[in-house]
Structure formats: C-alpha cells, structure tokens
Design a protein around this ligand. Structure first.
Ligand code: FES
Length: 123
C-alpha cells in the first residue's frame, strides 16, 4: 500500500473539446465548441445558441432541444432510445428522418465536425 493518489488534478482536467456546426433556419452556420462527455444540447446552450430552448434541462420531457442531424452524421450516433423516440413525437416542428433530441446526444471525439440543423421552431 503506497501513498494515496491525489485525484483532484484528474477530476479538474477538462474533457477534450470538439466543434460541431448548427445551421439556423435563416441559413447561418454556427460553429459551437462541445466538450466530450457533455450533450449536444449542453454545448448549444453554453454557446448561447438561440433555437435550442431545452426547457426541461435535459431530462427528456420537453422536446424543445430538437435538431435535425445531417444524414452523413446519423451513423455516428447511437440509435435513439425508446423514450427519445416517444418524445420525438412531441416536437413542435415536423419530425424528419434525422430528427434527434440534442440532450440525448453525448458528444465524443468522433463527433468533431458534426453537422445538424435547427428546426424552424421549438414551440
Ligand atoms: S432538453 Fe428537454 S427533451 Fe431535451
């Protein structure tokens, strides 16, 4: 048994950062920094992206974090859970093939460059 490990430096080490691009209905492309281990919703809210309301704070009960993921990025994401699929029936804007709830998308290093579109409305 040796000296106890000091965990604080490990815990305070920030998770790696990637960048995702969110396209607004008006045609703007917003490059958003996103920490791995956080959700896409958290990254968008932290960056002040309008169009991600996230009223429930990520507890999968509002559907106001709706995004439409670009087709080429869909296979990089785990499939939606049954609960997410149920909530996707509640989105204000029509559901599309790439529709996901951004609070359910956990950012990984593989998501650097991910492209998604914001719906016309969240309400
Ligand atoms: S933030 Fe409410 S369902 Fe995603």
């Amino acid at each position: 048994m040796g000296a106890p490990r000091i965990l604080q430096p490990i815990l305070s080490t920030p998770m790696p950062l990637v960048h995702v691009t969110l396209h607004t209905p008006q045609g703007a492309a917003l490059r958003v920094p996103a920490r791995t281990g956080h959700s896409l919703m958290q990254a968008a809210v932290a960056a002040g992206v309008e169009g991600i309301a996230a009223d429930c704070g990520g507890s999968l009960s509002c559907a106001t974090c709706h995004v439409i993921v670009a087709p080429e990025w869909l296979e990089e994401l785990p499939p939606p859970s049954p609960d997410e699929l149920a909530m996707l029936e509640m989105t204000a804007a029509p559901r599309e093939p790439g529709s996901r709830l951004s609070c359910q998308i956990e950012i990984t290093l593989a998501h650097d460059g991910l492209q998604a579109r914001l719906p016309a409305t969240q309400y």
